[in-house]
Design a protein around this ligand. Structure first.
Ligand SMILES: Nc1ncnc2c1ncn2[C@@H]1O[C@H](COP(=O)(O)OP(=O)(O)OP(=O)(O)O)[C@@H](O)[C@H]1O
Length: 588
C-alpha cells in the first residue's frame, strides 16, 4: 500500500531520534532567514515613496539602507546556522539509520536477506541513505527558506496593493499545474531508476569479485557485456526520465520568470488611470514579479524529494523484514534434536522431509552424503540461519525458535568451507569484535597452528588483511577461522568441511588443534572426506531428504549402502599405488 508523504517524513524523523531537534532548529533558523527576504522589498519601496513625494533625505536613505543591509546579513547568518544545525542532525540521523539497518540485518533470517541481491542491499546502504542525508542536511532547510521567503514577500505586497499582489500569483498557479504534470507518475520511474542502479551495483560486484574466473575462462567480453548492458539500462532509464521531465521543466522555468509580462501592462494601466502610485507600480513591475523566481529551486527539491521518499521506502522495506526478537537464555545442556524437520528454501521444493536426528551433549558426529544432499542445510537450520517449515529443532530441550537469537549465535561456532576475512588487522580478524587480549588471541592462533605464520608477517598481528583476504592461501585462511572458533569457545561447534583447504604438511597439526577445540563440545562435522569420520562418535548419512542411517562407523558401514560403498572407495583410493616407470612406488 502506498504510504502518505507525511507518514514517510514522520518515519524519517522518528529514525533521527533526539537528533530531530537539530533538524527542527535548522527549520526554525531557515524560517527566520526566509522572513528576512521581505525586508529589502520593504526598504526599497519606502525609499521610492519618499523619493516620489520629494521627501527623501540623506538620513532616510541611511536608515533604510541600514535596515536592508542588516536584513541581508541576518538572512545569510541564520541560513548558514541552519545549515550547520541540519548537517549535525542529518549525519547523526544517518549514522543511526545505517546502524539500525545493519543491526536489523543481523537479526533477520538469512533466507529473507538472500532473496535480495547484494547490489540491492548496497544501494540501500549507500545511495538511498545518502539521499536521506541530502534531504535532511540540504533540502529541508532550503525547502523552508524558499517557501517562507516568497510567502512573506507576498503578504507584504498585499499590504501595499492586494489586487496586484494576487495577480503576481498567476504564474505561480500555472507553474504548480506544470509541476503536477512533471511529477505525475514519477514514483514508478524512480522505482525503475532505483532498480536499475541496484542491478548495476550487483553486476559490478559480480564482475569485480569474479574477475579471476572471468579471466581464466576468457569470459571477459561476455561478462563485460552483462556489465555494459546494466550500464546501458541505467542510462536509458535516466534518458527517459529527462525526456519526460525536460519539457515541463522548461515550461516551469519560463512561466515562473514571466511575472513581468503581466505586471507591466496591468500595473501600467492602473498607474495611467491613477489608481496606483508610481512607487507601487515600480515595486510590482520590477520587484514584485521577481520574488517568485525564488521558488525555482523548489522544482529541483521536488524531483529529489521523489528519490528521498523512495529511499525511505527502501530502508523501511529492509527494516520491515520480520526479525528474530526476544527468547530465552541458552540452555545449560547442549544435546541437539531434529524432530520431523521439513524444510524448503523456496517454500516448495523440500530439501529435507521428516528428518530426525538426536545428538547427545558433548557428542561428536559427522554428516556424510552426496553433494547437494542437504548436509550444510541441516547445520544451518541448527544455527537458525533459516526456520524450518515443519517439525522442530531443539537444543537442550528448547526449540531454537524460543532461544534468544543473539545468544544462540554466540553459543554456536561455525567454521565454514570458505573463510571470509574482513579488511582489518589479523588480530581483529581473529577477535571478531570480542574483547580478547593479544595473549588470548595468540593462544588460540597457536592451537590453530597459525601463530608462527602470523608472527612472520611484516607487522605480525597488526598486519592488514589485503582486499578480500587475498594475501592468504586457502589453508592459512582456514586456520585463522579455526583460531576464531577456538577463541569464541562456544559449546556447540559446526565444522563445514573445515580442513578441506588445509596445507597437507600441516594437516596433522590442524587435526590435533581441532581435536583440542572439540573437547567437551557438541560437534557436528559436515564431512566430504571420509578420513575425518573416524574421529567421530557417530555418523549420519543424509540422503533422500532425510537422515537414513545414524550410528557408529561400523554399524552405518554395515547397514547403509551409500556409506558402505563410499567407504570402500575411500579405502581403495588410499591404497592405490602410483608407480612411475623406473621410479619407486608411492603409497597414496
Ligand atoms: N540458499 C539456498 N537457496 C536455495 N537452494 C539452496 C540454498 N543453499 C543450498 N540450496 C540447495 O539445497 C540443496 C542442499 O544443499 P546443501 O548445501 O545443504 O548440500 P550439501 O549436502 O551440503 O552439499 P555439498 O556436499 O556439495 O556441500 C542443494 O540442492 C542446493 O542447491
Amino acid at each position: 500500500m502506498k504510504q502518505k508523504i507525511g507518514d514517510q517524513l514522520a518515519t524519517l524523523l522518528q529514525w533521527a531520534g533526539k537528533d530531530k531537534y537539530f533538524l527542527y532548529l535548522s527549520v526554525l533558523l531557515s524560517f527566520i532567514s526566509g522572513l528576512c527576504t521581505m525586508v529589502p522589498y520593504y526598504g526599497v519601496y519606502k525609499i521610492m515613496e519618499y523619493t516620489y513625494s520629494n521627501t527623501c533625505t540623506k538620513e532616510i536613505l541611511m536608515r533604510y539602507g541600514f535596515v536592508i543591509g542588516a536584513a541581508v546579513v541576518v538572512r545569510f547568518f541564520f541560513f548558514g546556522m541552519s545549515g550547520v544545525s541540519s548537517h549535525k542532525g542529518a549525519y547523526n540521523a544517518l549514522y543511526k539509520v545505517r546502524c539500525m539497518v545493519i543491526d536489523h540485518m543481523a537479526k533477520v533470517p538469512l533466507g529473507n536477506l538472500s532473496e535480495r541481491n547484494t547490489g540491492e542491499i548496497k544501494t540501500v546502504l549507500n545511495e538511498n541513505i545518502e539521499k536521506l542525508e541530502l534531504f535532511l542536511a540540504h533540502h529541508l532547510p532550503e525547502l523552508v527558506y524558499y517557501c517562507v521567503g516568497p510567502v512573506a514577500v507576498f503578504f507584504y505586497l498585499c499590504t501595499v496593493n492586494w489586487k496586484l499582489a494576487i495577480i503576481t500569483l498567476v504564474p505561480l498557479i500555472l507553474s504548480f499545474v506544470v509541476m503536477g504534470v512533471m511529477f505525475r507518475g514519477t514514483d514508478q520511474m524512480m522505482e525503475r531508476a532505483n532498480r536499475s542502479i541496484s542491478s548495476l551495483n550487483a553486476t559490478m560486484i559480480e564482475y569485480i569479485s569474479g574477475m579471476k574466473v572471468i579471466k581464466a575462462y576468457s569470459m571477459g567480453s561476455r561478462s563485460f557485456k552483462k556489465y555494459s548492458d546494466a550500464v546501458e539500462d541505467e542510462h536509458s532509464v535516466w534518458v527517459e526520465i529527462s525526456k519526460r521531465m525536460g519539457p515541463p521543466y522548461a515550461a516551469y522555468v519560463i512561466i515562473i520568470e514571466c511575472g513581468l509580462l503581466l505586471m507591466v501592462p496591468i500595473g501600467g494601466y492602473w498607474f495611467m488611470k491613477g489608481s496606483v502610485g508610481a512607487s507601487t507600480f515600480i515595486l510590482f513591475a520590477f520587484i514584485g514579479s521577481l520574488y517568485l523566481t525564488e521558488l525555482r529551486p523548489l522544482q529541483e527539491l521536488g524531483s529529489n524529494f521523489a528519490q528521498v521518499l523512495n529511499g525511505v521506502r527502501k530502508v523501511e522495506e529492509i527494516l520491515n523484514i520480520p526479525a528474530y526478537e526476544g527468547g530465552n537464555d541458552f540452555p545449560k545442556k547442549h544435546d541437539i534434536v531434529l524432530k520431523n524437520v521439513t524444510f524448503a528454501y523456496d517454500g516448495e521444493t523440500n530439501i529435507l522431509q521428516n528428518c530426525n536426528l538426536k545428538i547427545k551433549d558433548g557428542e561428536k558426529i559427522a554428516l556424510v552424503g552426496r553433494s547437494g544432499a542437504g548436509k550444510s542445510t541441516i547445520v544451518e537450520l541448527i544455527a537458525r540461519f533459516y526456520d524450518v517449515q515443519q517439525g522442530a529443532i531443539e537444543i537442550g530441550g528448547k526449540n531454537v525458535k524460543d532461544i534468544d537469537y543473539e545468544t544462540l549465535l554466540k553459543n554456536v561456532s561455525f567454521v565454514f568451507q570458505k573463510t571470509f576475512l574482513t579488511r582489518d588487522s589479523v588480530l581483529e580478524n581473529i577477535r571478531m569484535g570480542s574483547n580478547a587480549t593479544l595473549e588470548q588471541v595468540r593462544f588460540a592462533a597457536k592451537q590453530a597452528q597459525i601463530d608462527d605464520f602470523i608472527m612472520a608477517l611484516p607487522n605480525g598481528y597488526d598486519t592488514l588483511v589485503g582486499s578480500f583476504g587475498s594475501r592468504f592461501s586457502g589453508g592459512e585462511k582456514q586456520r585463522i577461522a579455526i583460531a576464531r572458533a577456538i577463541l569464541k569457545n562456544a559449546p556447540i561447534l559446526i565444522l563445514d568441511e573445515a580442513t578441506s583447504a588445509a596445507d597437507p604438511e600441516n594437516q596433522v597439526e590442524i587435526d590435533k588443534a581441532i581435536h583440542n577445540l572439540c573437547k567437551g563440545k557438541t560437534v557436528i562435522i559436515v564431512a566430504h572426506r571420509l578420513g575425518v569420520v573416524r574421529q567421530c562418535d557417530r555418523v549420519g548419512v543424509v540422503e533422500n531428504h532425510t537422515i537414513t542411517c545414524f550410528g557408529s562407523h561400523n554399524i552405518v558401514k554395515e547397514k547403509n549402502e551409500y556409506y558402505h560403498k563410499a567407504w570402500n572407495n575411500y579405502e581403495e583410493a588410499r591404497g592405490i599405488s602410483y608407480s612411475v616407470e623406473g621410479g619407486a612406488a608411492y603409497e597414496g
